[in-house]
Design a protein around this ligand. Structure first.
Ligand code: ZN
Length: 180
């Protein structure tokens, strides 16, 4: 589906209020079961357009971002280094580390504490690679994105929202490069 030149998709979940996710660089409307998408556009027009404006701003600043050039080997060494440092810092144990090309996220942590890192992260500056690994490792302590989780993140990254925005911008840049 296309809205103002943006491809978007709709998914239904057991939630109270509609949500809009941008993480993957695409718009995803998450709607309460039985919710009519037309109602969304009628009732929340300004909210949707604010979100779209945000995406447009990110795409604009993405143009000024430069992708980092490093070899797979250098990238792997960085991931290993940060994983060791951060697991010591947070006093947790990370299981296995997998490197894989993913289309929808930078990294993820399995139930058993195994970390999957998106190979496309190799284009990111070091501080963002460290930030992503910190975020995933913090999920060993708290699975959900709740107050407790944000507390762990904010202790180290007071400006984590800036990092999230930058990651979003890099996502555009990297997708261009790799045409994912
Ligand atoms: Zn998370």
């Amino acid at each position: 589906m296309v809205l103002n030149n943006y491809t978007y998709s709709v998914s239904y979940r057991d939630i109270k209020y509609p949500r809009l996710e941008l993480k993957t660089g695409k718009l995803l409307f998450i709607l309460p079961s039985g919710y009519n998408p037309d109602t969304l556009f009628e009732k929340h027009n300004s909210w949707i357009y604010r979100k779209i404006k945000f995406i447009e701003e990110c795409m604009e600043s993405a143009k000024n971002k430069k992708l980092v050039e490093r070899t797979d080997e250098e990238f792997k060494r960085l991931v290993d280094k940060f994983t060791v440092e951060i697991s010591l810092e947070l006093e947790v144990k990370i299981g296995r580390i997998y490197l894989r090309k993913m289309r929808t996220k930078w990294a993820s942590l399995s139930q058993h504490g195994n970390l999957t890192v998106n190979k496309l992260m190799k284009y990111l500056p070091e501080y963002l690679i460290e930030y992503i690994i910190f975020h995933e490792t913090a999920h060993i302590i708290e699975k959900k994105h709740n107050t407790r989780f944000r507390g762990i993140i904010e202790k180290k990254y007071r400006n984590y929202q800036e990092f999230e925005k930058e990651l979003f911008e890099y996502w555009f840049k990297v997708s261009e490069q790799e045409s994912i």
